[in-house]
Design a protein around this ligand. Structure first.
Ligand SMILES: [Zn+2]
Length: 392
């Protein structure tokens, strides 16, 4: 992020400003001026060049866009690569192999090195902001984020069937040290409807709501989640019973995931609903009306074998869609541009380039911002000078 006066000329400048409900096309031969960490002017080079207070740095054929955002990762699990887990057979089998690995002894140096490599990979891929979800090994994660000057929203995640008070519910109750410098980035998350007490999820959501902060929830990832919530049966229930973690008095709500999350008050414009694979048309309507941002992780879904999200329907209904890689436990890398390419290759509708780029810039930036960051994810005067250079 440039700090002093700066002037950047590029073949194309993606402002990501909205114009009549669509993201506007990029400026050809554009110039971005800034000062003190903020953008002061954006326009055509020919019109704006005399206003530049700094030497104009010409990026030539490269393009400028708001910083790339990876809206869902698990950096604290980077020491467990996907190819060491059971893939392609659905969520319950994958998560079982993950939990087995989590229970094995681990060398802290190995964790720290893996986290460092993961964050360096994010930076190399042009990412400026990552949503870190979980809270494991936060000291290593935070140190690596700082070293790589990576922006972050850190979601400390409530997880477990125990009632509030028995399991960690809100960031204030986080049992592990949270570095002081990390606190401004902290928000609350709930793991998922199939893994966590509904009252715990509501308390976690309330914590972020009270502070104007975003909330993250894994939602509708796998058919087993729907079966568990609808009928109290299926591979997830069998797994939890074997593990002894499902309360003996567990009663399924008899609702699909989206409807259940909605009934608990977990879905609104500050919620990131992650995955959104197993959704009905009615669920999509509900998601659209609630204002949530759906975070799609198409490569992770394919790797684990949970199915494919109905992306075309989300786009048609106007649900804000962000793309993310998920963590290295289910993704080969944390490169959101690679995620976008993978997604677009499989998308069955044409998407204007600016709308596509919004899924890894403006849409997740706004979803992850606090209530006082209205300019997030755009290159407009007054917005933070957080930019990514895309090579041609
Ligand atoms: Zn996740």
């Amino acid at each position: 992020m440039p700090q002093g006066d700066f002037a950047l000329r590029a073949a194309r400048v993606w402002t990501m400003r909205e114009d009549g409900g669509l993201i506007e096309k990029p400026l050809e031969d554009g110039l971005v001026l800034g000062k003190g960490g903020l953008i002061t002017a954006v326009g055509a080079y020919a019109q704006l060049k005399n206003a530049a207070q700094a030497d104009i740095h010409d990026l030539e054929e490269a393009e400028l866009c708001p910083e790339l955002v990876n809206a869902h990762a698990h950096l604290g699990l980077s020491h467990i690569p996907a190819d060491e887990l059971i893939l392609g057979q659905g969520f319950a089998i994958w998560v079982q192999s993950l939990v087995d690995r989590l229970r094995a002894p681990v060398d802290e140096h190995e964790v720290s090195n893996a986290v460092e490599a993961a964050v360096a990979g994010l930076a190399q891929a042009g990412t400026g902001l990552v949503a870190e979800v979980g809270g494991r090994y936060l000291e290593h994660v935070w140190a690596a984020l700082q070293r790589n000057q990576m922006g972050a929203r850190v979601f400390l995640e409530a997880l477990g069937f125990g009632p509030p008070g028995l399991v960690m519910t809100t960031p204030d109750e986080w049992p592990l040290p949270v570095p002081d410098s990390a606190w401004p980035s902290v928000a609350s998350a709930g793991h998922a409807l199939y893994s966590t007490n509904p009252k715990t999820l509501q308390r976690a959501k309330a914590w972020s709501t009270a502070r104007g902060l975003p909330f993250s929830l894994h939602l509708a990832e796998d058919p087993g989640e729907t079966e568990m919530l609808m009928h109290g049966t299926g591979p997830l229930v069998e797994y939890y019973r074997r593990m002894g973690v499902l309360p003996s008095d567990y009663r399924p709500p008899g609702m699909r995931p989206v409807a259940y999350a909605h009934s608990l008050g977990l879905l609104d414009h500050r919620t990131l609903a992650v995955h959104g694979v197993t959704v009905s048309d009615q669920d999509i309507e509900l998601l659209a009306a609630s204002g949530v941002t759906v975070v799609l992780c198409p490569r992770s879904n394919a790797t684990i074998g949970v199915g494919r999200a109905p992306c075309e329907k989300y786009l048609r209904t106007g649900v804000p869609v962000a793309l993310a890689t998920d963590g290295l436990c289910s993704a080969s890398d944390l490169n959101v541009l690679a995620e976008l390419r993978y997604w677009l290759e499989r998308l069955e509708v044409e998407l204007p380039a600016a709308q596509a780029l919004a899924a890894i810039t403006r849409t997740p930036a706004r979803a992850l911002a606090g209530s006082n960051q209205a300019n997030a994810g755009m290159l407009i005067p007054g917005a933070p000078a957080r930019l990514t250079v895309l090579s041609a």
